[in-house]
Write a protein that binds this ligand. Sequence first.
Ligand SMILES: [Zn+2]
Length: 169
Amino acid sequence: MDKYNYFKQGGLRPSEEQSLHTKEFYHNAGSIYARFNEWKDKDEFYFIPLYMEMTYSMGWVAEIAPDPVWLGSFIRCNLEHPELFEIKCPGCKNAVYPFRYVGSPLSGRVDLEFECKCGKKGYEIVSGWRIRANVLRDQMASDNLRYRKFQLLHSKSECSIASLLDFLG
Ligand SMILES: [Zn+2]
């Protein structure tokens, strides 16, 4: 039983490579967040596609935003809405940002998955699925014109988290 397929009715599933891509983001989310200002103006990094696997607890799956979610839009949205997306680490009490949201539009529950510099990782359960979905969708909509321009100029280029990490050194 493939929940993701069920959820992506009529849509394409992310390839193995695209999923790995997204996992690479999860593993490096700390430095990607911390150095947002250094790469946010570079379209080839801003528009790295993420496939968020937003699972839904009732046996089916809902998406908080249509795939792919652009890396830059995702990070910007989280940084600009700390009241929605910032979590206080249960270990060291520092602020951490999630690298993934999982939740339900019906119950409104959202699990924000995070990993802190102190090594603590886990989920923070909050409510307000719809407001978070709307904020992320609005961010993507406002980045859409920039994306179209980027596509016109670089339709063939596919950027990766690995190249972003190289850039950050
Ligand atoms: Zn911590």
